[in-house]
Ligand binder design. Structure first.
Ligand SMILES: *Cc1c(COP(=O)(O)O)cnc(C)c1O
Length: 482
């Protein structure tokens, strides 16, 4: 039921102060006036509270339980960051305010970008893009601006490994590049030979994630950087998920020229379902002239300014300066963790992933059995052959046991797989319990497969028609149609 269906005429949950305004003083032309009352739900305060509280309890969240959604970094977001982002000084300002009245906000953004530059090993950064994919597009447009500025017009190709996140080829294609996919080697890493063959003077960029989407570290990264640069191309780092590297190593030191980050993954903003995000893009010095305007600067008197005067800029990527409140959370997160805390995040994320990997490898084989970074990919292909129970069924059954399902059927080069990312904040008890439940489900699949195939049984909704949901999505409530 929606809040609109709860509406009853004249029910109210508010009281407005009385103002003495003479109605005839307000002269609004008749054609601008509504003919009907706006369709705003008429509900009492308790109706609203109960409606949303009930909805919230139907949802699964990281504040409810274990959420091992690989690649998404559904980590616990410390509440202090929420508190700080709700400070009135941050929530009550407006992007049209004169710059001298929002110096604190500009200072926060300036310091955030400096800290992110230090964390990534980059020289300059924009905080403008509002998501990872948006950051990728920004980075690829910078790539294009760079090549064109050198009069190099023949570079039309972007290389993307077959294990890449789907947004990588999509962003490159959106910027007008032909996407060249290269196959991973037998160990799940970049195949240097395949890369060598793909690299020529038409390649603009190689987009890479390290650790890659299989959770494996590209050990040959320095060699890869050298090959790419020798071919005159740029090296792009998809840093949506920086959890494994935090405080340990930096994309800038690996030879990457451009980096995007997802503040809403690594730096503590609750995400999923299209909430506000932030995808800052960092570049090495030789690319900084192409960054989107405005650029945040500081003058000798410590006045913070928004500089619109960069003539080689790719332009503006979105309204104003980005999702400011996501930046506040990231700032609070970095400041409260400190250097040692961030390093510990990286270490614990990797330790937890490897602990869980070893716990479940005998139950669900690991696709590329090697020491992993923050995540790993396991497959139940054998079980599917034996019993007909698919990864999807196991994922649904996990819900009955109170766990959110891991990412499934991704990356595309592994079949019937789970991509598991436990994140740094989970205890050994939680990881043990998860492995135990997975073992139980595999046993159920072998002994009474129908039980698993028809799961879940305990959730507010059972199996959803996800094909229709994505092919014919309904985004709007229509009055009178339920
Ligand atoms: C999540 C993710 C992205 C895309 O980020 P969005 O904010 O969802 O656009 C890109 N690459 C990787 C590796 C990711 O995990």
């Amino acid at each position: 039921m929606t809040i609109f269906e709860l509406s009853k005429e004249h029910r109210k949950g508010y009281k407005l102060p009385h103002y003495n305004i003479e109605t005839q003083e307000i002269n609004i032309p008749g054609h601008l006036l509504r003919k009907e009352k706006p369709k705003i739900p008429e509900v009492t305060e308790i109706d609203v509270v109960r409606h949303y509280t009930n909805l919230a309890t139907k949802n699964y969240a990281v504040d409810v339980g274990f959420y091992p959604l690989g690649s998404c970094t559904m980590k616990y977001n410390p509440k202090i960051n929420e508190d700080v982002s709700n400070f009135e000084g941050f929530t009550m300002i407006h992007p049209h305010q004169p710059q001298e009245t929002v110096q604190g906000a500009l200072k926060l953004m300036f310091e955030l970008k400096e800290m992110l530059c230090e964390i990534t090993g980059m020289d300059e950064m924009t905080l403008q893009p509002s998501a990872g994919a948006h950051g990728e597009l920004t980075g690829i447009l910078i790539t294009r601006a760079y090549h064109l500025s050198r009069g190099d017009h023949k570079r039309k190709k972007a290389i993307v490994p077959d294990s890449a996140h789907g947004t990588n080829p999509a962003s490159a294609a959106m910027a007008g590049y032909d996407v060249i996919e290269i196959k991973s080697g037998p160990d799940g890493r970049i195949d240097l030979k395949a890369l060598e063959e793909a690299l020529d003077d038409e390649v603009a960029v190689l987009m890479l994630t390290n650790p890659n989407t299989l959770g494996l570290f590209e050990k040959d990264i320095l060699k890869i950087a050298e090959m790419v640069h020798n071919a005159g191309a740029l090296l792009y780092y998809d840093g949506a998920n920086l959890n494994a590297l935090l405080g340990r190593t930096r994309p800038g030191d690996m030879g990457f020229d451009i980096v995007h980050l997802n503040l809403h993954k690594t730096f503590s903003t609750p995400h999923g379902m299209g909430g506000p995000g932030s995808g800052p893009v960092g570049v090495k010095k030789f690319l900084s002239e192409f960054l989107p305007v405005p650029i945040l600067t500081k003058d000798s008197k410590n006045n913070y300014k928004l500089d619109y005067s960069r003539k080689n800029s790719i332009g503006t990527m979105r309204s104003y300066y980005g999702n400011f409140n996501v930046m506040v959370r990231a700032y609070a997160y970095i400041k409260s963790m400190g250097k040692d805390g961030l390093k510990q995040v990286g270490e614990m994320a990797v330790l937890n992933a490897n602990y869980l990997r070893k716990k479940i490898e005998k139950i669900m084989p690991i696709a590329y059995p090697d020491v992993c970074m923050h995540e790993f990919v396991a497959t139940c292909e054998q079980l599917t052959k034996e019993t007909g129970v698919k990864a999807l069924d196991i994922a649904k059954r996990l819900l009955d046991y109170g766990f959110h399902a891991p990412t499934m059927y991704f990356p595309l080069i592994v079949h019937e797989d789970f991509m598991i990312e436990p994140t740094e904040t989970e205890s050994k008890d939680t990881l043990d319990k998860f492995a135990e439940v997975l073992e139980t489900i595999f046993k159920e699949a072998r002994e009474k497969s129908e039980l698993v195939k028809n799961a879940p049984y305990t959730t507010p909704v059972k199996r959803l028609d996800d094909v229709t949901a994505s092919r014919k999505p309904i985004f709007r409530f229509k009055f009178g149609e339920g």
